[in-house]
Design a protein around this ligand. Structure first.
Ligand code: SF4
Ligand code: SF4
Length: 447
């Protein structure tokens, strides 16, 4: 079967062979209530309350939502409606830590004997897609008809440069991950469970391969290291040959894709009863001399991780060009390093000034590289020209809404054109155009 295209990015997995270090508990954490796709959690504590590790501080506010737990023991200092440090919108629970990390009362492993128990455990754990997506795991695992799930793919591709937090999960938490595979095997009757790992992670492949040989309930599937191998639709196609149609979900083609760290975290919760309160985060990038994986409480300021790795914390100063939450291909720039790490944060990438510089684009030479390398086969060059010509009414035919913002087009463009940026702008313009059309139609119908 032909594999989907992509690009060969430099791997730079500098931290792949180093087990994670535990970051000292910071004096203060700021825990956002919106760390997932769906409704933000509703705060259940007040300023002045004493809290312990794993205590509920925000309850799920709907089906597509997730509870939030305290990552530290200490005292609630404030409930902020806007992060006072960064100006980010949303509700934040600010906690002064006591450094004791006292676990909350009543932390006991849940009883999981049925699919309902399994889903309830996923919900109560506060676990969401930890590879960056942030989709509540309980929602992903809730299926009307279990027999419709033919393939379950455990995503260990981790295809972005620098990031190795999933790699370390597959090495350091291999047994927990496999316990997660057992749970999946027990509650779903899938035709196959695949553990997908890019072939630039030999230690993870060796570790998981040995377990899979001993207990063949899942197949280890090493894959070529071609970015964006870990994209959900890419992985589904490359492993099963199935295409997720526009507007549909993986489940519509009989697939569930779950990140390896997410599954290991769920297995740990079922074994211990401690909800998701900490994250393994890779700190690396061209401005980082001492890269490492750190385990930090959720809500820890990014600056605490950077200081631990001896990295200056101000973008635009001391050789720091840009600080990204995530990797260099899909990461989001943070203007202020006091922003907290979230459940879905898997990396902080710090680029030096040279790598952060936006290149001067030249005219498009119609080489077609951007189209050839787009894993979704989008007509990137036409989306660009239609958007720049302001002909938004014609842009829908090129389906910019399908773009997953992977950055392959920008990476492959010899004219250094900011194509991913144009894709984002084209998507937003199309959304606005369609909303205006709909409103006009409704107005016309009502008249
Ligand atoms: S058009 Fe979108 S999906 Fe295609 S390569 Fe560019 S960013 Fe990736
Ligand atoms: S890769 Fe760049 S130069 Fe080539 S067609 Fe696309 S936009 Fe034009």
């Amino acid at each position: 079967m032909r594999k989907l295209p992509g690009v060969h990015v430099p791997h730079r997995k500098n931290t792949a062979t180093q087990p994670a270090q535990r970051l000292p508990i910071p004096p203060e954490v700021r825990i956002p209530m919106a760390m997932h796709i769906g409704a933000p959690a509703k705060v259940t504590v007040s300023a002045g309350d004493e809290v312990k590790v794993g205590q509920l501080i925000g309850e799920a506010a709907g089906f597509v939502s997730s509870p939030v737990h305290s990552s530290v023991s200490g005292k609630v200092k404030a409930i902020e409606e806007q992060d006072a440090a960064t100006g980010d919108k949303g509700t934040f629970v600010v906690i002064e830590t006591d450094g004791l990390q006292t676990p909350a009362d009543g932390i006991t492993p849940p009883t999981v004997t049925s699919m309902e128990d399994f889903i309830a455990a996923a919900r109560d754990s506060g676990i969401v897609g930890l590879g960056g997506a942030g989709f509540p795991t309980a929602v992903k695992l809730t299926v009307k008809d279990v027999s419709a799930v033919e393939y379950i793919i455990i995503n260990g591709a981790e295809c972005e440069p620098y990031i190795t937090s999933d790699t370390r999960t597959m090495i350091d938490d291999a047994e927990a991950l496999w316990e997660g595979v057992r749970l999946i095997h027990r509650f779903f009757d899938a035709r196959a469970i695949y553990v997908a790992v890019e072939d630039n992670k030999p230690e993870a492949i060796k570790r998981l391969g040995a377990i899979a040989e001993r207990e063949p309930i899942a197949q280890l599937r090493p894959l070529p290291s071609v970015y964006p191998q870990g994209g959900e639709k890419v992985l589904i196609y490359n492993l099963t040959g199935r295409i997720v149609p526009e507007g549909k979900l993986p489940l519509d083609v009989g697939c569930i894709v779950i990140n390896c760290t997410t599954l290991a975290a769920l297995a740990k919760y079922i074994a211990t009863g401690m909800p998701l309160v900490e994250k393994r985060v890779t700190v690396d990038g061209s401005a980082v001399k001492n890269p490492m994986n750190l385990i930090a409480p959720i809500g820890t300021p990014i600056s605490a991780l950077l200081e631990h790795c001896s990295v200056p914390t101000e973008p635009g100063k001391d050789g720091v060009g840009k600080i990204l939450l995530g990797g260099p291909m899909m990461g989001v720039a943070v203007p202020d390093a006091s922003a907290p790490i979230k459940k879905s944060t898997n990396a902080v990438t710090v680029l030096n000034e040279r790598d952060a510089r936006v290149p001067e684009p030249s005219a498009c030479i119609r080489c077609g590289n951007c189209v050839t390398h787009c894993p979704l086969g989008l007509m990137t060059v036409d989306i660009q020209s239609t958007y720049l010509a302001g002909k938004i009414e014609f842009i829908g035919v090129y389906r910019p809404n399908l773009c997953m913002e992977c950055g392959c087009c920008t990476f492959s463009c010899p004219a250094r054109r900011p194509l991913t940026q144009y894709m984002k702008l084209a998507k937003a313009a199309l959304r606005d155009y369609e909303a205006a059309q709909k409103a006009q139609k409704e107005k016309g119908g009502a008249a």
